[in-house]
Design a protein around this ligand. Structure first.
Ligand SMILES: NC(=O)C1=CN([C@@H]2O[C@H](COP(=O)(O)OP(=O)(O)OC[C@H]3O[C@@H](n4cnc5c(N)ncnc54)[C@H](O)[C@@H]3O)[C@@H](O)[C@H]2O)C=CC1
Ligand SMILES: O=c1[nH]c(=O)c2[nH+]cn([C@@H]3O[C@H](COP(=O)(O)O)[C@@H](O)[C@H]3O)c2[nH]1
Ligand SMILES: [K+]
Length: 505
């Protein structure tokens, strides 16, 4: 065989994706290429949108069971980003953005605030954090007076006792701007178990935004390190937020911009609409400095319209999400591998980064999405069930789970009806998503770094040391793919064993 024939193996992407089939990640497989660098030489740094750069190509989806402040802060601390959902009042969404941005280190406690005149009747109040904060009005943004510690509360004979009678007066706090090592050093030096972080320069009376315990320090130290955090020019965490395309979303957008949001996603299942195009034009005119991501799209025609309207990024995927029923309900959508490849091919010619949204359930899917042309992957179910996802853990039999639901599920639509479907109350609502539960996955601070290491190994096998290199190899037809038959997919999975334990890291 001469050299030319040796390389002529498998199909170039352009040919594979022009056969009239809708392929998804599991349908296709990359042929390995040539390794001439170590795994650690792979850089996954990327762009979310024209002007927003990330060290880690992961995005937390704007869903109310995935991304609020805790997820957004954790993702930013990993060099990734979270998009805060809009299934709430605009002022609530803006304060979630502000809260995430006010952190320097990720946090894991849902802080509880009470006023001195209240009583604590149930031990459940201590479930989400090791102490309860006492502020003048009982709200987070009011003057801090003291704390209630669980052991002090346990000792109370009469649980109706007013908090002011037994709270501990408060003496120590640190500025929220302190780095992880600053806080760790302070706790160790002063032999403290816990310290609150407050806005401003750490003075008493400032608003509490975070709580760090010795256990948090140990836990975070045990996690693998992953590149640089995502910081904006203001020195704060990069945080995104979603909006809809109704008239009322213009006011929502104003709240978000005032809160310092770094990028905005127009959240719709079918982005190629007059409503979205008008919103893009309005937002670009009103806030020319703000990056705007349009979508969702799955075809080059849809993408072209949004690019012409002025988007800085595109979100790709229709019906591919784990909780999505859109393809079944509306008969529209596309296999996710085809959608990402087609849209990214056009978007790249216009310098517009693409987010591959939905259908990610393992690191291999991330490698495929990024190599097929996406600049980032957006994930819902992969991040749901983590410590940082909103909601509390419950038990289903012996499984510890958290709720995960589609934003088009009846439950989510009902919750958001005031905000999203304002004026639509008389219309019949049709669900395009389901409500489910996912297993406890622990902290994203642990499993995202491991997942990214696996992605780097995939890139090494492809001979691509960066996302740009993968895209170049694909478009120059050096990287080849094949469609996997059902039997090949079966063979590619675990098979033929009586039993096994699957432990990924
Ligand atoms: N990626 C996917 O495959 C899917 C995602 N979803 C998620 O579910 C949520 C809801 O999605 P959608 O129902 O597509 O939301 P949407 O807000 O885009 O659309 C809801 C309805 O409102 C209409 N609408 C929007 N703006 C309007 C305006 N200014 N005037 C009049 N009518 C207007 C739309 O045409 C549509 O009928 C989103 O979070 C979305 O991401 C839902 C289905 C599929
Ligand atoms: O058809 C749908 N009905 C819904 O109710 C729904 N809610 C979210 N999404 C989309 O699914 C993505 C998350 O998908 P994964 O769980 O697979 O990561 C998300 O990022 C969305 O694009 C929906 N799609
Ligand atoms: K689906």
């Amino acid at each position: 065989m001469d050299g030319a024939n040796v390389l002529d193996d498998g199909l170039p992407a352009a040919r594979l994706f022009s056969q009239g089939y809708s392929y998804t990640y599991d349908d296709v497989i990359f042929l390995p290429h040539y390794i001439d660098f170590p795994t650690d030489a792979v850089s996954l740094s990327t762009k979310l949108s024209r002007h927003v750069a990330l060290a880690t190509p992961c995005v937390a989806s704007p869903m109310d069971t995935v991304t609020e402040s805790s997820m957004a802060a954790a993702m930013a601390s990993l060099g990734a980003i979270g998009i805060i959902h809009s299934n709430n009042a605009a002022s609530q969404q803006a304060s979630l953005v502000r809260l995430a941005k006010s952190h320097k280190i990720p946090f894991n406690h849902d802080l509880v605030f009470k006023s001195p005149a209240e009583s604590i009747l149930s031990s459940e109040e201590f479930l989400s954090a090791p102490c309860i904060f006492v502020t003048e009005s009982g709200a987070q943004n009011s003057k801090l007076l003291g704390t209630v510690q669980k052991p002090d509360w346990d000792r109370l004979a009469d649980k109706e006792t007013r908090i002011s009678d037994y709270m501990r007066n408060f003496s120590i706090s640190l500025p929220a701007g302190y780095s992880f090592e600053d806080v760790a050093g302070y706790l160790a030096k002063n032999e403290l178990e816990v310290v609150p972080l407050v806005r401003g320069n750490g003075e008493m009376g400032e608003e509490v935004v975070n709580l760090v315990t010795i256990d948090d320090i140990e836990r975070i130290r045990g996690f693998p390190k992953l590149g640089l955090p995502s910081l904006g020019s203001d020195g704060e965490f990069l945080v995104g937020a979603s909006i809809g395309t109704r008239e009322s979303d213009k006011e929502r957008l104003e709240h978000l911009v005032k809160a310092g949001v770094n990028v905005v996603v127009l959240d719709s299942s079918q982005g190629n609409s007059i409503y979205q195009i008008e919103m893009i034009k309005y937002a670009k005119k009103t806030y020319p400095e703000l990056d705007l991501i349009g979508g969702n799209v799955v075809t080059t025609y849809q993408a072209q319209n949004l690019i012409q309207a002025g988007v800085d990024g595109l979100r790709v995927g229709m019906g591919s999400g784990s909780i999505c029923t859109t393809q079944e309900v509306c008969a529209v959508g596309r296999g996710q591998a085809t959608a990402v490849y087609k849209v990214a091919s056009l978007a790249a010619q216009n310098g517009v980064p693409v987010i591959a949204d939905g259908g990610i359930s393992n690191s291999g899917h991330i490698v495929k999405a990024l190599t097929l042309g996406a600049s980032t992957v957006m994930m819902g179910s992969f991040l749901a069930g983590s410590n940082e996802a909103p909601g509390t853990y419950e038990y289903q039999g012996s499984h510890r789970v958290k709720k995960y639901r589609g934003m088009g599920s009846l439950e989510a639509m009902t919750k958001g009806s005031d905000a999203r479907y304002l004026g639509d109350k008389a219309k019949l609502k049709i669900a395009q998503g389901v409500v489910g539960a996912v297993a406890d996955k622990g902290s994203v601070l642990k499993f995202i770094p491991y997942t990214m290491q696996a992605v780097k190994q995939g890139f090494q096998d492809l001979g691509a040391s960066s996302l740009q290199s993968a895209h170049d190899l694909l478009r120059s037809c050096v990287l080849r793919l094949e469609v996997r038959t059902g039997a090949a997919q079966f063979e590619g999975g675990i098979h033929g064993l009586i039993s096994y334990e699957k432990k990924s890291f």
